[in-house]
Design a protein around this ligand. Structure first.
Ligand code: TXA
Ligand code: MG
Length: 351
């Protein structure tokens, strides 16, 4: 199959009529959102949704998010709208927040992997919303990467994984946030299942206490249940091995430099993922500045492209940790998964 790319960077509606028609006919379309690129199909059509799992190689027990272009569209997807959900929708939609609540019978089982709940979000990206409008149905869309790979934040990343497998990619340029939406279960006790740009404190300012799922920063134990099935799988893995080092800046940089020398002496090509504040520690070494530690959202915005692009050029990526709070929590959640939870605390090593 030839994959057509339509450039929507100057015109957010470009490609959305063709894309809407392809989706109505049961096809797949990759499209930009403000978080990452999505791989969309008609969310009301089980056979079309099956095509998403096939194109990605995604395990069938990992449920999908339905994307809507109007808040009102949740009425046919959830059995009721709890008050806290309504308040979150009013505060953060359109935007990078996915809400999980009890589903109706209109939602095909394959979308929810048989769960009694369905995840819904309204993206804050004009092309995404124009595509959903043109399709006339909620669009089921996971991130548009092959299962297990870093999520795509440019059309070029989508093509790396999906060229020849889908008929259309709409290119909306680089994604603004660069990590996927915050996923919140809105039952009696709201809980963050996946951290994102909408942070715990932003949510709590609107609905009061919100818990963090315990698996956000650690692997699940054998046989342990996760509320968000996607958290179970190996994730975001680039071509290179990733090692995360945390600690005070000087301890962290010293340990990263040590690891760099060890691996380089063993003829492994190393690349350090540094920040503006730490680049001076690595002068003689190969490093890439991925953002500003004081503004972890800048680290989120470039993490996946760094994992893909730098990971293709190196054997080992040495990455710096940041405090796992606010936007830093989303960054560490993704980075630790990309590293298979291989993480060293440099402060403990230097005791
Ligand atoms: O930003 C995003 O959310 C992107 C863009 C394309 O919208 N989409 C995305 O989809 O990240 P995906 O499939 O890669 O991740 C969806 C996450 C998974 O961790 C999945 O397990 C969880 O949401 N999820 C979906 N439905 C769920 C449900 N009913 N209950 C709990 N978790 C659910
Ligand atoms: Mg994904």
């Amino acid at each position: 199959m030839q994959t057509q790319v339509i450039d929507a960077r100057g015109n957010p509606e470009a490609g959305t009529q063709l894309g809407g028609r392809l989706i109505k006919e049961g096809g797949l379309v990759a499209f930009p959102t403000e978080t990452v690129y999505g791989l969309g199909a008609n969310g009301m059509d089980a056979e079309a949704v099956q095509g998403i799992f096939a194109a990605k190689g995604r395990p069938s027990d990992n449920p999908l998010i339905l994307h809507v272009c109007r808040k009102n569209d949740v009425h046919k997807l959830w059995d009721t709208i709890p008050e806290k959900a309504q308040r979150l929708m009013d505060a953060f939609w359109p935007g990078p927040l996915t809400l999980v609540y009890t589903r109706t019978d209109a939602v095909p089982d394959i979308v929810t992997a048989g769960l009694s709940t369905v995840a819904v979000r309204m993206p804050d990206n004009k092309t995404a919303r124009a595509l959903i409008k043109a399709a006339g149905v909620p669009i089921a869309a996971p991130s548009a990467n092959a299962s297990g790979r870093p999520s795509p934040t440019t059309a070029a990343h989508v093509l790396e994984d999906m060229a020849g497998r889908i008929p259309l990619v709409i290119d909306g340029g680089p994604c603004k946030f660069g990590v996927e939406s915050t996923v919140v279960a809105v039952g009696a006790e709201p809980m963050i299942l996946r951290p994102g740009a909408v942070t715990q404190s932003m949510l709590e300012a609107v609905i009061g206490p919100v818990r963090l799922h315990k698996s956000l920063l650690q692997p699940l134990g054998e046989g342990e249940q996760t509320a968000s099935p996607g958290m179970r799988y190996k994730h975001y893995a680039p071509d290179a091995q990733v090692i995360v080092v945390t600690g005070t800046l000087s301890n962290m940089a010293r340990r990263i430099s040590e690891l760099y020398d060890t691996y380089t002496n063993a003829h492994k090509k190393c690349m350090i993922l540094a920040t503006r504040q730490t680049q001076h520690f690595y002068r003689e070494k190969e490093y890439a500045i991925i953002g500003d530690r004081e503004r972890p959202q800048t680290l989120c915005a470039s993490l996946f492209s760094a994992l893909r692009d730098r990971g293709a050029q190196a054997d080992v990526l040495l990455a710096e940790g940041v405090p796992a709070e606010e936007a830093g929590l989303a960054f560490m959640n993704r980075l630790l998964r990309a590293a298979g939870f291989c993480c060293e605390d440099a402060d403990k090593l230097s005791d």
